[in-house]
Design a protein around this ligand. Structure first.
Ligand code: ATP
Ligand code: MG
Length: 436
């Protein structure tokens, strides 16, 4: 390529631009998520986009795919080893410790909306940068809290109009439950080790429970008769799981027990859950996933502290809304477009636009000095409800024209009245101008 030839830049592989229509859907989802979280007593937090890499290595777990293969990790100019956040929970738990939140009333309930970075193989519903809305409730080990967190996830989906979803639920016990169970599980897979998918072969030793939810066709046949942990929980762990289920039933939240659901992060204990489309069987479709992580805070250097949370993939939620025809119509960017004609008209138009904006009405000029016809065509295409035609000659007589873009009806109004007239048309505008 010759140096004079400009290079065409593209988004890095696995990333994408959120264009105005996508943005409108994301905001719509976030509006509902934030409101439901607020109603459930969650405050909001935003940790930095990068953290010490060690936080995730210890928090998420050295043997996990996220830490082993997917982290965007770099040394900064001062030699610190940092990572772009590959998930939200470890950061929020770090903040809980750093700011002494153990001294607050427990549980501490925090919600967030964050970009997440993972070096994954890009495919439908799987990006290298995605966005999660998540919540964490830290400091309490109580089945009612587990149910409340699951309820919140379900409620977000429900208020968005998504009814074609289901909750998958499991308990994966705690370290002690697994001490007895994992050897049984390894024993089950051992004779078949060489026939498992290569990735799963290496999981056999470092993360054997992940073999249970492997989606690889080579591994799947051997999952059928594998022992499941729910058959081997200690009585207190089984009782906890039963209590979670009773709470969900009392709340009228439907769930499906899925004994092979284990989740991919090391820190989970007891309750794990996912929300998936009702018909789903694949892996790129989970819209929301979470669970209890009673060991995590200790792993990152704090005192033993229980917690539970979930992360919801906004892109996957947006996809579901589109699929089901539930995406909101993109709002048009402007309510009023002001067309100008002749010398000096743009100054008056700029003033009208400013006055309209102060009344909470979105207004813009057509710009560019084109013909009136071209400007009105632009107005039609813009989705605006009205055009104001400000012609130099009319202006000297103190008049402009208002054109209703739905009916093409036009009327002349006094320049001093145009803002008031248009404000009257947008009666539902909840906007009240600031008093000074
Ligand atoms: P998956 O099984 O799909 O890989 P995960 O177990 O890695 O998901 P979590 O780490 O629990 O997912 O993240 C919570 C949610 O974030 C997921 O349920 C999903 O909706 C979304 N998500 C995770 N990874 C991606 C990705 N690479 N691209 C888009 N969304 C994602
Ligand atoms: Mg994943």
């Amino acid at each position: 390529m010759s140096s004079s030839q400009a290079r065409q830049f593209q988004t890095p592989r696995g990333t994408r631009d959120l264009l105005p229509d996508d943005y409108a859907i994301h905001q719509h989802i976030l509006d509902h998520a934030r409101e439901q979280a607020r109603l459930a007593g969650f405050g909001f937090i935003e940790p930095p986009t990068f953290e010490q890499a060690e936080l995730f290595a210890r928090g998420v777990g050295e043997g996990t795919d996220i830490v082993e293969k997917e982290m965007y990790i770099f040394d900064d100019r001062g030699g610190d080893r940092l990572a772009l956040r590959p998930e939200g929970t470890a950061s929020v738990c770090r903040a809980y410790l750093q700011h002494g939140m153990a001294n607050l009333g427990q549980p501490v309930k925090l919600a967030y909306h964050l970009p997440i970075f993972r070096y994954e193989r890009p495919q439908a519903g799987r990006f290298r940068q995605h966005t999660q809305f998540g919540v964490e409730a830290i400091g309490v080990h109580d089945a009612a809290l587990d149910a409340e967190v699951i309820d919140l996830g379900w409620r977000i989906a429900e208020t968005l109009g998504l009814t074609d979803l289901k909750i998958l639920l499991n308990s994966i016990g705690d370290v002690e439950d697994r001490r007895a169970y994992v050897p049984m599980l390894k024993e089950h897979f051992e004779p078949h080790l060489e026939r498992l998918a290569p990735d799963d072969q290496s999981r056999w030793d470092r993360a054997p429970m992940r073999l249970l939810d492997s989606k690889d066709e080579r591994t799947r046949p051997f999952q059928t008769d594998a022992p499941v942990i729910t058959d081997h929980l200690r009585p207190e762990s089984a009782a906890y799981y039963d209590a979670v289920k009773s709470h969900l039933e009392a709340l009228g939240i439907p769930y499906e027990e899925r004994p092979t659901l284990v989740r991919g992060l090391d820190y989970y204990t007891h309750t794990v859950f996912e929300i998936v489309p009702a018909q789903a069987d694949g892996s790129q479709v989970t819209v929301l996933a979470g669970g209890r992580y009673d060991g995590l805070i200790e792993q990152i250097g704090g005192p033993p502290t229980p917690g539970i949370g979930f992360g919801m993939g906004i892109e996957r939620m947006a996809h579901q809304l589109r699929e089901q025809g539930l995406a909101p119509d993109g709002d048009s960017a402007t309510d009023v477009l002001i067309a100008t004609l002749g010398e000096g008209a743009e100054i008056a138009a700029t003033q009208i636009a400013g006055d309209l904006r102060r009344r909470g009405i979105a207004a813009t000029l057509a710009f560019g000095g084109r013909s009136l016809k071209a400007q009105l065509r632009q107005a039609d295409r813009s989705g605006a409800r009205f055009a104001v035609i400000a012609g130099a000659r009319d202006l000297t007589e103190g008049r402009v024209t208002i054109r209703d873009l739905r009916t093409a009806e036009q009327r002349q109004v006094a320049l001093d009245d145009v803002v008031g007239e248009l404000a009257g048309e947008f009666t539902d505008g909840a906007y009240t101008p600031p008093q000074d």
